[in-house]
Each structure stands twice: as structure tokens, then as C-alpha cells.
Design a protein around this ligand. Structure first.
Ligand code: ZN
Length: 416
């Protein structure tokens, strides 16, 4: 079948790269071709003099959504896209998808059939080496079905089933007996807590940041490491290798990673996806912060990510200083081993509210957070409450959230 060929090609291509020099050479050539061949095909870039990537402006979701049609070759507007998404999720031969973010903040994307099969092939190559030789039953649990995932139904050795986590899915999942589960961490955690009779060979967390405490709980129950698929409407960003290390998908996407704050490993993410030509995503600034990791001994030459720290929006601004979500998270979790769930909100200019389960000593938590902040010369009122913490399956779980005001924007690396 024509489309399956794209998946197989992408699969072998992704497997072939062995050294950093090979990766950079190959990606550089692909990026160059894309800049000259595909980028000028959409109105936003038409007529621009482009010799290299730095000739393009850095854009963000607001730029893209303000004139969606200017970024795709089919002239699909945001209105057309949302309308299609509410119905067949197709416009002609093109597929329309959307992110699972909160309403008003959701992103839209348009891809071709060939692109969706290439995407699937790349995911399979990275997530399931040797999938070609084995029969897999893959269960995908997400709040929204996107046609991206339906692609696998058309591949012979792969049986793929989608489960809507907004509906009861527990019994159907047990009957399906997946060999591979891809689900948000909160759904994986629920499977472990309810001791569901499942025996997957591979477990992938996607769609939300994987908290280390969730990863431990899930891995302990299934006796398998939890790997991650880090993807968004912006594309496929990173997939964990068999050692569990997240590697950036530098073979299909170019990453600019400007440093944020004092930590040299803490980076903002600006992506240029040279594997897509229907919709152009060039120098697109994401809302995520990542922390770079050291080289991985699995042998993959792709840059590693120690963790996806969280959203730029969820950094706290206190006394003019930026506090990233992981700093407060660690302060809270390290207080007491019994803290397996929590919420931390910035609720005022100098106020933080922390929710911890019943039975946890509130004063100790408040003290730990206050100390962590004062070590950074920040003072804030820390309010700690005991609460019943339940995941809401209808929205993305954000344990650390700035409910006060947004983080200061990161200095633009675009010098023009
Ligand atoms: Zn690795």
C-alpha cells in the first residue's frame, strides 16, 4: 500500500542514523532543502529572501492562530479547521487535528496522508524497535481521538485501539489485553492504583508531563519502566529510548534551545519541523521548558532531555525572580515520602498555595517551601491545605500552575 511505504521508509530512516556527525549532516541537508523548497510555498513566507533559518522570524501560537491559512499550502483557515475537527476531521485528503489543551488554548494542525504515515513510522521506529517482527496490540488512551493514530489500523502487524478517557474504558482495555499502552500519566497511575489485570510489554506516557513519583508508582506495578512520547500539535518532539532516556527527534525537527535563567541546561524550545510541508512550522516557540541531559549510553546520538520541566506559563514570578515548576515540586515531595500527589499554585504576587493529601503535616510542607524560596532570596506567603486530590480526566493535569499572572516572556533570540 502506498501510504504504508511512507511509514516503512520513515522507520528505516530513523533506525539508520548512528553518529552525531551523521545526524547533524543529514538533518542539516533536510533542513536546507525544506527551507528552499517547502517553506516558500505558504503565504506567510512567500517572496521572502531565505538563505538560512535565521532569515525567518520566531513565531508562536498567537502568530499561527491569528492567520492559520498563511501557514498551510491548502489555504485552510482556523474556522475551516475547527469546523472540520468537529465533524469528519478531514478536508479533502488532508487531516485536521487539534491538541488536548484547555479550550481557548488549543492548537490546530493540518497534515497530509503521507505525512501522517511518516509520523507513525517515526514513532514506531523510536518507540518499538523491531516492531516489524512482532505483533503488537497497541492501546492509546487520550482525551481526543486524532486521525493520526488511526493510521496504524491500516498496518498489518499492528492492532491499534483508541480509548476515550472521558468515558469508562477500564473493562474494554482489560479485554483488549494490549502489549503496548500509550496513555497520559494519570490514566497509567489509575491502572496501577486499581491493580487492573494488564500485562503490557511496553508502557509509554504521553500528553502530559510525567512526574517522577507517578513514573515510580506505575513502573513498580507493571514491573516495566515507563517511557515517554513527548508530542504536541507542534509535532513529535522526543521519544524515550529503551534505557528510558528522552531523546529529541533531531532527525525530523530542528531545535533551537535558548537558555532560560542561570541554569545552562534549562532551555526554551523553538522548533522547525522539516518533515512537514502541508503546514509549515518554522521557528515556532513552544510554551515548554526542558532541561537538557547528558549523553545516553544507549548509543543514540540525539540530544537527551533530562526532564520536561513544564510550561513557561507555569513558572512562578516572585519578587522579580522566575521559579521553575520542578524547584517547588521537589521541595514539596521531598518533605514526606507519603506525598505522592500535590498541587502548587501561585495565587498572588507573593503568595503560593499548596494542596497535599490528608494526613500530611502542613507546617512541614510550608517550612520546606519557604526555605527553598529563601535560598533563592525570595519571600512569599505559603498557604498549605490538606485536600482530596483526584485527577480530572477531562483536562490536562497540571500539578504546578501559575494562577496569578504569566511568566515574563523569554528574551527573544531573534535579533532583527
Ligand atoms: Zn538513550
Amino acid at each position: 500500500m502506498f501510504e504504508v511505504r511512507h511509514a516503512v521508509q520513515a522507520y528505516w530512516r530513523a533506525r539508520r542514523i548512528r553518529t552525531r556527525a551523521q545526524l547533524i549532516g543529514r538533518a542539516g541537508a533536510d533542513l536546507h532543502d525544506w527551507l528552499h523548497r517547502d517553506v516558500p510555498q505558504v503565504p506567510f513566507y512567500a517572496g521572502r529572501k531565505i538563505s538560512d533559518l535565521s532569515d525567518l522570524p520566531i513565531i508562536d501560537k498567537a502568530t499561527l492562530m491569528a492567520d492559520f491559512a498563511a501557514f498551510n499550502t491548502a489555504g485552510i483557515t482556523a474556522d475551516m479547521g475547527w469546523q472540520a475537527f468537529a465533524g469528519s476531521r478531514q478536508i479533502g485528503d488532508l487531516i485536521v487535528g487539534a491538541s488536548t489543551g484547555t479550550s481557548g488554548n488549543r492548537g490546530l494542525f493540518v497534515i497530509s496522508q503521507a505525512e501522517r504515515f511518516r509520523w507513525l513510522g517515526t514513532i514506531l521506529a523510536k518507540a518499538l524497535p523491531g516492531f516489524w517482527r512482532k505483533r503488537h496490540r497497541v492501546a492509546v488512551l487520550l482525551p481526543l481521538n486524532t486521525p493520526l493514530y488511526d493510521s496504524a489500523n491500516r498496518m498489518q502487524r499492528l492492532k491499534l485501539r483508541f480509548f476515550d478517557i472521558g468515558q469508562p474504558w477500564e473493562d474494554d482495555l482489560a479485554n483488549f489485553q494490549p502489549t503496548v499502552i500509550i496513555a497520559p500519566p494519570k490514566a497509567l497511575r489509575l491502572m496501577a492504583e486499581q491493580e487492573m489485570p494488564l500485562a503490557p510489554a511496553h508502557i509509554f506516557a504521553g500528553a502530559e508531563v510525567l512526574d517522577p513519583s507517578d513514573a515510580t508508582l506505575i513502573a513498580t506495578y507493571f514491573k516495566r519502566p515507563v517511557r515517554q512520547i513527548y508530542m504536541a500539535t507542534e509535532g513529535l518532539l522526543a521519544v524515550s529510548c529503551e534505557r528510558g532516556t528522552l531523546h529529541l527527534c533531531e532527525d525530523t525537527m530542528h531545535f533551537e534551545l535558548p537558555q532560560v535563567g542561570d541554569d545552562p541546561d534549562l532551555r526554551a524550545v523553538i522548533v522547525s519541523d522539516f518533515s512537514r510541508s502541508t503546514q509549515i512550522m518554522a521557528r515556532y516557540r513552544m510554551n515548554d521548558l526542558i532541561r537538557l541531559g547528558p549523553a545516553c549510553d544507549c548509543g543514540l546520538p540525539h540530544q537527551t532531555v533530562a526532564e520536561v520541566v513544564g510550561r513557561v506559563d507555569d513558572c512562578f514570578m516572585l519578587a522579580g525572580k522566575m521559579i521553575t515548576p520542578d524547584i517547588l515540586r521537589n521541595a514539596v515531595v521531598d518533605t514526606d515520602r507519603q506525598i505522592t500527589d500535590f498541587r502548587i499554585f501561585q495565587t498572588g504576587a507573593a503568595e503560593i498555595t499548596v494542596l497535599v493529601p490528608h494526613g500530611i503535616d502542613r507546617d512541614r510542607v510550608a517550612q520546606a517551601v519557604t526555605q527553598t524560596l529563601s535560598a533563592r532570596s525570595v519571600t512569599a506567603q505559603v498557604l498549605v491545605q490538606n485536600a482530596e486530590l483526584k485527577p480530572d480526566m477531562s483536562r490536562k493535569l497540571r500539578r504546578v500552575e501559575n494562577r496569578w499572572r504569566r511568566c515574563e516572556p523569554i528574551a527573544d533570540t531573534d535579533r532583527r
